[in-house]
Design a binder for this molecule. Sequence first.
Ligand SMILES: O=C(O)CCC(=O)C(=O)O
Ligand SMILES: [Fe+2]
Length: 383
Amino acid sequence: MSPAMAIVKDQSKANDDVLDSQYQKGVKHLCENGINKVPRKYIWPDSDRPNAADHKQPLLHVTMPNLNLPIIDFSQLLGPNRSQVLKSLSIACEQYGFFQVVNHGITNDVINNMIDVSTRFFALPFEERSKYMSSDMTAPVRYGTSFNQNKDSVFCWRDFLKLMCHPLSEHLPHWPSSPTDWRTLAVSYAKETKFLFMRIVEAILESLGVWGATMNGGGGGNDDEFLKPFEDGSQLMVVNYYPACPEPDLTLGMPPHSDYGFLTLLLQDEVQGLQIQHQDKWVTVQPIPNSFVVNVGDHLEIFSNGRYKSVLHRVLVNSVKSRISVASLHSLPLESIIRPLPALVDKANPRRYKDTDFSSFLGYISSCEPKRKNFLESRKLMI
Ligand SMILES: O=C(O)CCC(=O)C(=O)O
Ligand SMILES: [Fe+2]
C-alpha cells in the first residue's frame, strides 16, 4: 500500500471510530444532532428490512391488515366464566403465543404515570441519561441502545433503560433519581405488574391442567409451594424508546427475537410498531389503550413441553412519531433449572427440550448476536 493510501485508510478508520463512539450514545442523541438520513450503521441488509421478500417464507412480506390479538377479559376470570376464559387463554398461547389483557385491575393512573415518567426520562439531557450506561449485562440499571450494543454489527433504532426489580429493596437505590418522581411511579408500576403476572401465571397453570381449584395432587396442586418460584422469580423492566426515523424502511426498532423468560407484560403507547410472526406472516399488533400485550417466553414454551409457543416478534419505526413501550419480563429465579413439567411429559408427548439455566443463556448471548430464535432452538431435543 502506498503511504498516501495508508493515510487515507487511517483517516477513514479514525472517522469510523469517531462515528462508532457517537452511535454508542444512542439514537435519541443522534437525532438531537439533526439528521435527515439513516446512517449506514443502522441500515439492515435487504432481506431483514421491514418490507423484505423472504424466499423461504414467501408470505412474510405480504402486507397484512393489523392483527387483533385474542383478548382476555381479566375480570371474567374471577367469575362464572373462568373455564371459558381459560380455554381462550390456552388457544391464544398455542396459536399466537400472544394475547391482550383488558380489565386487568391496574388503574389508568398507574399506566399513564409510567408512560409519562418514561417520556420525561428520555427527555432528560444526554448527560443525565448516560449516567446509567453500562456494558455490564448484570448491572441493576442499564441505559443503552440497539439490542446488544457491544456485539451488534448493525444497530437498531432503539434506546432503552433496563431496571432489575427483584428484590426491589436491593435494586431500588440504583434506580434513576431523576425525574424526581421516577422511583415512586416506577415502583408502583413494577409492583402492580408483578401482581398481575402472578394472577396470569395461576390462570396459565390452570389452563395447562397442572394447578388450580380443581386439582387434587397430580401435577402441581393448589398449594403455595408450586407458585413460590414464580413469586420469587426475577422481574426485569425494560423501557424502550424508538425515536421517529427519517427512513423507517431501512431499519428496525428491534430485530426478530423471542423473549427469554416465562412471560412478558408489555405496555405500549398509542403508536403502533410491534409485529408478531403469525402463520408465516408479519402482522402488526393494534394497540388497545390501557391494555397489556402478554406473550409466552422461551421458559414457558419449555415448561409446557412445547404446547405454548414463544413467538418471534420485532418492532418497526415510523417517520412521524416516537414510540415508548415498557416491557416487564418475568422469569423463574436465575438459579432455577428450566425443564418441561413432568406432568406434561408422557409417551404421547415425549420431552422436547433440554434443561436450561440462566448461565447457559448468558453464555449464549455473549457469544453471538441474539437476533433470531436461536437460543430456544439450541434447547430443542431431536425426537
Ligand atoms: O416495543 C415493543 O413493542 C416490543 C418490545 C420487546 O419486544 C421487548 O422489549 O422484548
Ligand atoms: Fe420482546
